[in-house]
Design a protein around this ligand. Structure first.
Ligand code: ASP
Length: 326
């Protein structure tokens, strides 16, 4: 369409727009920021988000609120964040699910790459294979035999299709060649409550949600999915020590809706990097079996690279497992 305004007027408007945008970005943030966490409160993604939010809030001088939007394996919350105003006041803190969802959902309501501006990678957290305290198997070897013999009678809790706990269960079932009965929750916070209550038999979840209960002897732990044993859970063998081919690390990243001003992204990346060297964050992460990523990874480039390579990796793994998109 041809504009009715002369070229000079258009140029002036554009310049004014740019100035307004950068003035706005310079002042940022002038109001509280919201982190959308696409899982329930009390779970591992929520735990990481609240620790990082507090430290970033101290750095930015503005409150950061955590809004839990659980459901559909994290895709509901991610979809909501994708359509939020790109003004730096609504961000998404999500995990590996950003990279598995495209292979698991035929009609994903967002594009993890096109609809978001990456801010930075945060941390990588190992998973643990855990069960209710009175579950029969005592060791990983016994667990493997038990699942193979009992298949669908084993009740496995997860946070829905696209969640890390679902991915880990998928890899486990694929490795063992059996199906269990999967019970989806809006996050593994409530799934942990049911595991403690004995309503479900087992799950595979991040150490950020299982360490305290394992250390207190409230649940059984069979293995960690990291290549090496963990400092905070030194008695728990790795999956490979038990002969199980299941290694997975759950990474978390921070995103803004596409179209967010580059100066705002830069300010958020800086604040994230400050948060990741915060003593409280480092100490609590270590207690929960994780550590912040390096400064070079806590960047838009670091997260973009991880996201695209993980979309490729999990797309292949999920296709090879013969899982049909929902
Ligand atoms: N750990 C969960 C999962 O992806 C999500 C959560 O509740 O944080 O399975």
């Amino acid at each position: 369409m041809t504009s009715l305004l002369p070229r000079t007027a258009l140029a002036t408007f554009a310049a004014l727009g740019l100035m307004a945008g950068s003035a706005f970005a310079q002042d940022y943030p002038t109001q509280p920021i919201t982190f959308i966490v696409p899982f329930s409160a009390g779970g591992p993604t929520d735990t990481v988000a609240r620790l990082v939010a507090q430290a970033m809030s101290d750095e930015l001088g503005q409150q950061i609120l955590v809004q839990n939007v659980g459901g559909a394996g994290g895709t509901l919350g991610a979809g909501q964040a994708a359509t939020a105003a790109p003004d730096g006041y609504t961000l998404l803190l999500h995990h590996i699910g950003m990279s598995t969802a495209p292979a698991l959902y035929a009609d994903l309501p967002f594009d993890p790459i096109e609809d978001f501006e990456p801010i930075g990678l945060i941390t990588e957290v190992p998973m643990t294979l855990v069960a209710r305290a009175d579950f029969e198997p005592e060791t990983l070897e016994e667990l493997v035999t038990y699942i193979q013999e009992n298949g669908e009678n084993v009740i496995y809790g997860n946070a829905g299709i696209g969640a890390a706990s679902q991915l880990c269960g998928l890899l486990l079932q694929d490795a063992l060649g059996v199906r269990m009965t999967e019970v989806p929750y809006q996050g593994t916070g409530p799934a942990m409550t049911d595991l403690l209550g004995g309503q479900i038999d087992m799950m595979c979840d991040q150490t950020t949600n299982t360490t305290t209960q394992i250390q207190a002897g409230e649940i059984k732990a069979y293995a960690v999915t990291s290549p090496e044993r963990l400092d905070n859970l030194p008695d728990i063998p790795t999956t490979s020590e038990g002969g199980l081919n299941l290694e997975v690390g759950i990474w978390h990243g921070l995103y803004a809706p596409a179209g967010t001003d580059a100066a705002i992204i830069e300010r958020l990346t800086e604040a994230l990097q400050v948060a990741l060297v915060d003593e409280t964050v480092i100490t609590r992460f270590a207690e929960l079996g994780t550590a912040p990523v390096t400064e070079g990874q806590a960047t838009p480039e670091g997260l973009a690279e991880t996201l695209s390579s993980q979309i490729e990796l999990w797309g292949e793994v999920i296709a090879a497992a013969g899982v049909t998109a929902q």
